[in-house]
Design a protein around this ligand. Structure first.
Ligand code: FAD
Length: 692
């Protein structure tokens, strides 16, 4: 009976929504809380078609003919998957659904009907690895003896698929996920429609690569499936229901709590990527003495949780958006007055998921759940054109959405976020016609940011250190610089932890006390991600570490660990650290600590520094590496582990080149041969990167 009631509510929402839309009234906020009790489950998962792990069954029972699977780590692949789902539906009338690879089994992929299509949007993570949610899928598909339910040969003859990969060309294994999956599917007899697309984050062209790939793909798919293109009309995936009976004080209203256990204060874990731990910050300080740049050291106390970590792991920080940007956003959409109104968000179709728990408020959604500060997506600009305040602005939006060069000319240097962008296009005029559902669908979920843990788990098992540069970039022609979301939020926490009652870093405010004061100003939601970036299990093995700037973070952990081992009488191998920064007097982080480690490790430890702005010529870590070529080569021959951490774009690549060179010279082999040696070092994990 409950389901029936829900269906009626959903129908009601659609009807009211449509009416409101047709009358050019505000789309949301017209339903007056008639069925309050139906919306109180408070889970982000509105998946009502059952919890089967059988995708074929799931599609059958929910009437879908197109599934878009995503393998996502930072949310972009997931975002692209939803965009494909929306576009497939609105342009071609496909019955689409988005699916997390983790939530399905794949041994029955051979029963996937030939009149349906599966899309794979796959990010490659780190050293050519699958994202966490794609590990099982990837291992299954590329495994030695992949076996399917029916045992036919070729097994996947019926499967029609589409593939897009998200990668970074500065990595050795560029887009290896999509490449390997595509290869495996083809080998198993499946049929790819269109090209397998590849987006390149390294070149900064991800969004454009995606847009350029998808149109020919849709054309190929339309022809294969006999689809007819229709004029795209916006169809909401979410219904917004006013909950007038509730106020922000009502205990069931989410004010930024990330799940029900947080809301009810019953959270005992396990803490993970779906359930962060609200951890106290036990210590925080500034690591630079430069006037214009800041770098934070934070110790996060996990002793109150069941969280654990190992040296070399990553910690994820869940930020909140800065107050000024929340205000700007709500103001532009004329939601400022309604910011504390309570609403429920309901998936209007069974496979869609509301990306945050409700009932909640506009303020909480914008502050805690949406990436409102991120760069603007050109595709979203196209979608929003329909809701422009005037015909003139609509025409400009359409042009911006369709013309890549024009879009980049207009947005290029400005670091616009969505509200700044819309405001610039409308010259300050308010955007009152955008359905709030379009905002939820069009913006990425606010993503946790990862940090390489800069402490050793044997030295401080219950205290995780973070070393983070506060992100800030000057913008020509704009007074205030661009400021990164998470690092400036952490900066505010640092100020609070050091006694500032109302910290306003660079004039910005953050709700650091969190929903219902749950963060108390010095707590931060975190979870731990285990990584493969690890010390050799034998402490006697030599290690070589290249970590300029914040790239030194995990190496502080490594060296802390070896110093402790040495103190405990363990035989520790040679430990070489190449560190670089601008000036020894400005940004030489942990300067006095290195001396302590030196004392503990004696001549086992050597730190080799490169200060780029002290001498007449710029000196970087790769130059120092070259100077030490002979010793480095010898250590590598003794099977030293070689680690690189930090800037993926330039440094890691140049270090790789120097390494090839020094191996060629040191061993008297050709560069080609030396390249093979380096590749082998990577594949045997002798060479490990932790770059971003
Ligand atoms: P964000 O707001 O996310 O901005 C980051 C960048 O995105 C900006 O500099 C800009 O280039 C671009 N950008 C964002 N918004 C816009 C816009 N509107 N227009 C144009 N461009 C925009 N960092 C550390 O300091 N220390 C570490 O130890 C560390 N370890 C990491 C380990 C891993 C595995 C990974 C993946 C990353 C690591 N990082 C580390 C980076 C860190 O995760 C964050 O990316 C970084 O701190 C910036 O986060 P932020 O929220 O402050 O900036």
């Amino acid at each position: 009976a409950e389901l029936d009631t829900l269906d009626i509510v959903v129908l009601g929402v659609i009807l009211c929504g449509t009416l409101a839309y047709l009358t050019k009234g505000k789309f949301w906020g017209v339903v007056k809380d008639p069925y309050a009790s139906s919306f109180q489950n408070g889970t982000a998962n509105a998946n009502r078609a059952g919890r089967t792990r059988n995708i074929v069954e799931k599609m059958e029972e929910s009437g879908k003919n197109c599934v878009i699977f995503y393998g996502s780590q930072t949310g972009t692949a997931e975002d692209y998957a939803s965009r494909l789902a929306k576009e497939g539906k609105s342009r071609f009338g496909l019955e689409t659904m988005v699916a997390d690879l983790e939530e399905y089994d794949f041994d029955n992929l051979d029963t996937f009907p030939s009149d349906k299509v599966a899309m794979f949007v796959l990010a490659t993570y780190g050293e050519g690895e699958p994202t966490d949610n794609a590990v099982e899928f990837y291992e299954f598909l590329t495994g030695e003896d992949v076996a399917f339910s029916e045992g036919n040969d070729p097994a996947l003859e019926n499967l029609n698929y589409v593939a897009f990969g998200l990668g970074n060309n500065t990595y050795e294994h560029y887009n290896s996920m999509v490449r390997n999956v595509d290869k495996a599917l083809t080998k198993l007899g499946a049929h790819r429609i269109g090209d397998a697309g590849e987006g390149d984050d390294g070149a900064g062209t991800m969004e454009e690569d995606f847009l350029a790939w998808k149109d020919p793909m849709w054309a190929a798919l339309a022809s294969k499936m006999g689809l007819e293109e229709r004029e795209a009309v916006y169809e909401p995936i979410f219904g917004i229901v006013d909950r007038e009976g509730l106020t922000p004080e009502s205990p069931e209203v989410y004010l930024g709590e990330l799940n029900k256990m947080q809301l009810e204060g019953t959270n005992k874990g396990p803490f993970n990527a779906h359930n962060p731990y609200i951890a106290p910050i036990s210590e925080s300080r500034e690591l630079f003495s430069a006037k214009d740049r800041n770098c934070l050291h934070l110790d996060v106390d996990i002793s109150g949780s069941n969280l654990s970590y190992q040296t070399g792991d990553h910690i994820a920080v869940w930020p909140t958006n800065p107050g000024a940007e929340v205000d700007r956003f709500l103001d532009l959409l004329e939601l400022a007055e309604k910011r504390n109104n309570v609403i429920s968000v309901k998936a209007l179709e069974p496979t869609a998921k509301v990306p945050f728990p409700t009932p909640t408020t506009y303020d909480a959604i914008v502050r805690y759940h949406l990436e409102i500060c991120a760069p603007v997506s050109r595709q979203f600009v196209s979608t929003l054109a329909a809701f422009a305040p005037s015909e003139e602005i609509k025409a400009e939006m359409t042009r911006l959405g369709n013309d890549k060069d024009y879009f980049h000319e207009k947005t290029g240097p400005h670091f616009y976020n969505i509200a700044r962008f819309l405001s610039a296009v409308s010259k300050g005029e308010k955007w009152t016609k955008i359905p709030f559902s379009a905002i939820i669908e069009g913006l990425t979920k606010l993503q946790p940011r990862y940090y390489s843990i800069s402490s050793s788990s044997i030295v401080q098992p219950k205290k995780i250190s973070i070393t983070a540069v506060v992100e800030s970039q000057t913008i020509p022609g704009r007074g205030d610089p661009f400021r990164g979301v998470a690092t400036n939020y952490l900066f505010a926490l640092k100020q609070k932890q050091n006694g500032d009652e109302n910290p306003t870093p660079f004039g910005q405010t953050y709700e650091i006390t969190g929903p219902r004061n749950k963060y108390d100003g010095i707590h931060v939601p975190v979870h731990v991600r285990h990584s493969n970036f690890k010390l050799p299990s034998d402490p006697a093995k030599p290690i070589i570490m290249i970590g300029p700037g914040t790239g030194v973070a995990p190496f502080r952990g490594f060296i802390q660990e070896r110093a402790k081992q040495a103190k405990d009488g363990v035989n520790v191998g040679r430990t070489l650290l190449f560190f670089g920064c601008r000036k020894s007097t400005e940004d030489f982080m942990y300067k006095s600590e290195w001396e302590e480690y030196q004392e503990a490790l004696g001549d086992k430890f050597e730190m080799i520094t490169a200060f780029s702005r002290e001498g007449p010529k710029k000196v970087y870590v790769q130059h120092r590496l070259k100077e030490r070529a002979k010793e480095v080569n010898e250590l590598l021959l003794q099977k030293a582990s070689f680690y690189v951490c930090g800037d993926a774009a330039n440094m890691a690549r140049e270090v790789n080149a120097v390494l090839v060179q020094l191996i060629a010279e040191g061993r008297g082999v050709t560069e080609q041969k030396a390249e093979e040696v380096v590749k082998m070092m990577r594949s045997t994990n002798q060479y490990q990167e932790d770059v971003w």
